[in-house]
Ligand binder design. Structure first.
Ligand SMILES: [Zn+2]
Length: 293
């Protein structure tokens, strides 16, 4: 996506990686074997790779700049994170942080970091490895975590037993160091960051999952996080992902979002839709379709 202007507010995308990463029936265990075939005219080649039939996903952050503040939403996988159970995330070394400069920004310029939820692919760049320690990447930022989300993972990680750590160990290397540095603010799920920029609860993918509204003048965008992972879920909004903690609640949050904003000018900016990412939801038969903006 190019720079989007929402009234007086600017939104840019900062991509970490993009590619045909996941088999559709892995990410969406309930998918009908014929769904992609019947919707191929709009899903391929942008959302589904015609050769491998894998889902094309992007991992990116979104940067909101208003007259008041610079807000980084979601923090991808991060560099040097130990993720042996996800080879495509393991020990990454990407120029994501250096690319901030191409947007005219440095790490010092970020006022807020906001994680829509605390999965490993949304918290990674919260921290970076300096002299063997995980330290906050953005020294002047306050990190906004949902209170409910934080409590859920704090308890889950504390009581977890098993060979591999919960959430690929991301709570320990990408969330706790922020808390320990005194940089976190734990907020309600309808928190307003400033006039025109606020959170809305969208539970199901995780218990404290949120979406982020950006509204200025007559324009409105929603950073939808992982309420939808792929445009396939517009062809069948009932499809929750393998990684949703509550598939039914995730479906309900997704259906509410889709039904509310379909056929409106409101721009969606999902966390994993491929380039150019931003678009609108329109009706198609009994379901929906995605049109890039
Ligand atoms: Zn995600």
């Amino acid at each position: 996506m190019q720079t989007h202007t929402i009234g007086d507010i600017r939104i840019d995308r900062l991509m970490e990686s993009e590619g045909a990463f996941a088999d559709a029936d892995f990410l969406f265990p309930e998918i009908s074997p014929t769904l992609i075939e019947t919707q191929a005219d709009w899903l391929m080649p942008t959302f589904i790779d015609p050769e491998t039939k894998k889902i094309i996903m992007s991992f990116h952050s979104l940067l909101i700049r208003s007259s008041r503040s610079t807000i980084l939403v979601d923090c991808c996988v991060g560099n040097h994170k130990h993720r042996p159970n996800r080879p495509e995330w393991h020990q990454l070394n990407t120029p994501w942080l250096a690319k901030l400069k191409t947007l005219g920004l440095q790490a010092d310029d970020i006022d807020y970091v906001l994680c829509t939820h605390l999965h490993a692919d949304h918290v990674g760049w919260n921290t970076q490895l300096v002299n063997g320690q995980w330290v906050p990447t953005f020294p002047n930022a306050q990190y906004i975590f949902g209170q409910l989300e934080y409590q859920y993972w704090e308890e889950a990680c504390r009581s977890h037993e098993g060979d591999s750590p919960l959430n690929h160990g991301s709570f320990d290397d990408s969330v706790l160091p922020i808390i320990e540095a005194g940089k976190a603010i734990l907020v309600d799920n309808d928190h307003q960051i400033e006039p025109g920029i606020w959170l809305e609860p969208a539970p199901g993918h995780t218990p404290g999952n949120v979406i982020v509204h950006v509204k200025s003048g007559t324009q409105h965008a929603i950073l939808t996080g992982d309420v939808m992972h792929s445009a396939i879920q517009l062809a069948n909004p009932d499809l929750s992902s393998r990684f949703c903690s509550d598939a039914i609640l995730s479906r309900d949050s997704r259906t509410k979002l889709i039904e509310t904003y379909a056929e409106t000018p409101v721009i969606m900016m999902p966390a994993h839709f491929p380039t150019p990412t931003a678009g609108r939801i329109v009706r198609r038969g009994n379901a929906f379709e995605y049109l890039f903006n």
